[in-house]
Design a protein around this ligand. Structure first.
Ligand code: UD1
Length: 301
């Protein structure tokens, strides 16, 4: 098979490309705005530097592709607040470009990286796919729009599509360098360096953390199985930030001071997914515990 991974030099995309490259022909397209060449240097993929907003380029590289894993995006909520138009262009117009190019090239299926952000301020836990989305950021709107475009392209043109609503994904190659990076990438980076970690608020907030290898498997199943629609991808477990901080230190075998700062603006207090749809329809279940995932993440350099 020949697969294209958009955003394939990024955190999640590079893991998908790596696993695919063992058995398939893989083309990675990435504009390297947040991705890195080094993320894909150790395995056999064709790399094209370019953006999903370049429709003619997409048309060219989608030719002969069986499926597309669409991971490219401006993946930051705060960035989308600062510059909604940039997020709109890359995440919405870019997704429309991907769907248009996929349809034109006769691609059989597109698997799209959506986000738990689409649930927004909906307070009910656990979050399930039947809930009405309530986006509260341009980023969340952009992911929801992507899902809608997918559904409409399926209906109108018969292009098969799946949207995976990722919760808090973590693992090797997640970039810790920005203040908006995933909390686990920041904590593991600090603990390895012997530096203090900061918890925003009292540490009682919870997240549903899922290890990247499980997310890759969800993507492969979404592509291979005869399924369409929207799926939560999470572990279905709630972990509070205090427990997470202790877990990172235990996995690293190193203690660092924990500092408490003000609650981060716009933070949701609790997050937890209902993953029964992914279990029942996709045949997927998370296999990695938080502790095992943390150990792997810390081992990575
Ligand atoms: C995550 C996703 C975002 C998605 C959103 C949906 C990441 C990087 N972001 O945001 O794309 O739209 O879920 O709800 O996966 N924290 C600290 N100390 C730190 C860094 C973070 O205490 O040094 C706290 C944050 O304040 C937050 C929690 O850790 O309460 C998780 O933060 P973060 O990893 O940034 O993810 P989300 O905000 O959940």
């Amino acid at each position: 098979m020949r697969y294209v991974v958009t955003g394939g030099a990024g955190f999640i995309g590079s893991h998908i490309a790596e696993v695919l490259s063992n058995e398939h022909e893989v083309v990675v397209i990435d504009d390297l705005s947040t991705g890195h060449r080094e993320n894909i240097q150790d395995f056999d993929v064709e790399f094209v530097e370019g953006s999903v907003t370049d429709l003619p380029l997409l048309r060219e590289i989608f030719r002969g592709a069986d499926g597309v894993f669409h991971q490219a995006a401006i993946a930051s909520v705060p960035k989308s607040v600062d510059d909604p138009l940039a997020t709109h262009t890359v995440n919405e117009t870019g997704t429309l470009d991907v769907l248009l190019a996929a349809r034109g090239a006769g691609v059989k299926k597109v698997v799209f990286a959506s986000s738990s952000a689409v649930y927004g301020e909906e307070p009910t836990l656990p979050k399930h796919e039947g809930m009405l989305p309530a986006p509260v950021s341009p980023y969340a709107i952009s992911k929801l729009t992507g899902e809608h475009y997918e559904a409409v392209f399926s209906k109108l043109f018969g292009l098969k599509t799946v949207a995976l609503r990722y919760f808090n994904v973590f693992g090797p190659r997640q970039d810790p360098s920005s203040q908006y990076s995933g909390v686990i990438s920041i904590f593991t980076d600090r603990v390895k360096a012997g530096e203090p970690i900061t918890i925003h608020g009292d540490g009682g907030q919870t997240r549903d953390f899922v290890y990247v290898a499980d997310v890759v498997r969800a993507n492969l199943l979404a592509m291979e199985r005869d399924v369409t629609g929207v799926f939560n991808i999470a572990r279905g477990r709630q972990t509070d930030l205090n427990t997470l901080a202790r877990g990172v230190m235990e996995a690293a075998g190193r203690e660092v001071p924990v500092e408490y700062g003000p609650v981060r603006q716009g933070d949701v207090r609790h997050s937890l997914a209902d993953i029964s749809r992914a279990r029942e329809v996709l045949g997927w279940a998370p296999e990695w515990s938080l502790v095992d995932g943390l150990v792997e993440t810390i081992r990575w350099d």
